[in-house]
Design a protein around this ligand. Structure first.
Ligand code: NAD
Ligand code: IPM
Ligand code: MN
Length: 360
């Protein structure tokens, strides 16, 4: 029996996870997949219940599962807590404990949503980018880190650090991904200023020698951020570190119209974790307004990468295209004046499209 753990988390997390669960259960019934879904607590929800953003029982659930789906964590309620007691720390620890060093964040244009993108249609034509973000190193985890008050003056510091093995293994993931795509890899760094990213560039170049069929380009992060809105169709795979990857993937999401469309897979040696790239959206939480498609597409990535069920992943992706064809839009992807549906109705519509596929 395959086990999947859902960690809905905070804010819109429970709403988008309920919609995603509905979709997973629909394909599961159709394919008669022997699969159990269990739910656990991380983030603020876990802090409230157990005073710990990643209680040992949640970590144990994740370790024993075949795959993990995470909604989102965090929110204003917990923003004042000390660093170790923040909801985000639960997610970061989960990534680190499960050694999920490779975060794949695909950003592609859904033709039905051209009007939702803030960029002109001719600029986003053909955009299909995979951001490969390193996920367990960089300034997110580097030591020393801290904050202090010295003679009444506040000071705080973090450390940006990578060793060559960490860079090599994520570069391998990105080159292999490029090989299965359009064979172009853009590595993003700040090698003109930072030693860590100078090493990054060196090691990526070395790894690239084993992939002569993949065209390797290096860009500084400031230029890359600019190129992403100037001419996004030039990119195939973008390889970058934890911090730059966080920022550039939110930027890339806007090309597609909404961050509510972007799924991700966090992979390592063992089980994977799947998460929409967006956060807990406190501004719309509990209002049935969030777009669940990023989470539903994360379920598709889970079926493909962790559960060896690529045909079922394709069915979900086709069902998402179908509801977009039908004109269903949550508020974030609706054009001005277009009618909108809620989170739950969008999940139901994807499930209905799956049932329709089965009968046609
Ligand atoms: P956010 O991604 O939560 O929201 C940014 C904006 O995008 C908001 O206006 C929000 O309404 C909108 N948005 C996000 N997801 C949406 C969806 N599915 N449908 C429609 N609109 C959506 O980022 P933020 O406001 O910077 O952060 C809010 C909280 O979420 C913070 O506590 C932050 O730490 C946390 N966060 C968590 C994750 C995660 O759990 N993976 C990721 C990012 C931020
Ligand atoms: C993301 C989020 C997280 C990150 C936060 C919540 C720790 O922004 O998944 O993109 O920075 O990795
Ligand atoms: Mn982020």
């Amino acid at each position: 029996m395959t086990t999947v753990v859902f960690f809905p988390g905070d804010g819109i997390g429970p709403e988008i996870c309920a919609a995603a669960r509905r979709v997973l259960e629909t394909v599961q019934e159709q394919a008669e997949l022997p699969l159990t879904v269990v739910e656990g607590l991380v983030g603020g929800a876990a802090l409230d219940a157990h005073d710990d953003p990643l209680p040992p029982e949640s970590l144990e659930l994740a370790r024993r599962a075949d795959a993990v789906l995470l909604g989102a964590v965090g929110g204003p309620k917990w923003d004042g807590l000390p660093p170790a007691k923040r909801p985000e720390q639960g997610l970061l620890r989960l990534r680190k404990e499960l050694e999920l060093f490779a975060n794949l964040r695909p950003a592609q244009i859904f033709p039905q949503l051209r009007a939702a993108s803030p960029l002109r249609p001719e600029l986003i034509e053909g955009v299909d980018i995979l951001v490969v973000r390193e996920l367990t190193g960089d300034i997110y985890f580097g030591e020393p880190r801290g904050a202090e008050v010295v003679q009444g003056k506040r000071r705080a510091w973090n450390t940006m650090v990578y060793d060559e093995d960490e860079i090599r293994r994520i570069a391998e993931v990105a080159f292999r991904a490029a090989r299965d795509r359009r064979r172009r890899l853009c590595s993003v760094d700040k090698a003109n200023v930072l030693e860590t990213t100078r090493l990054w560039r060196e090691v990526v170049t070395e790894v690239g020698r084993d992939y002569p069929d993949v065209e390797l380009q290096h860009l500084y992060v400031d230029n890359a951020a600019m190129q992403l809105v100037r001419a996004p169709a030039q990119f195939d795979v973008i390889l970058t570190g934890n911090m730059f990857g966080d920022i550039l993937s939110d930027e890339a999401s806007q090309l597609t119209g909404s961050i509510g469309m972007l799924a991700s897979a966090s992979l390592g040696q063992g089980r994977g974790m799947y998460e929409p790239i967006h956060g807990s959206a406190p501004d719309i939480a509990g209002q049935d307004r969030a777009n669940p498609l990023a989470t539903i597409l994360s379920v598709a990535m889970m079926l493909r990468h962790s559960l060896d069920q690529a045909p079922l992943a394709e069915r979900i992706e086709a069902a998402v295209l179908r509801v977009l064809d039908q004109g269903l839009r949550t508020a974030d992807i609706a054009a001005v004046g277009e009618p909108v549906v809620g989170t739950q109705a969008m999940g139901e519509a994807v499930a209905a499209a799956l049932r329709e596929q089965a009968t046609s």
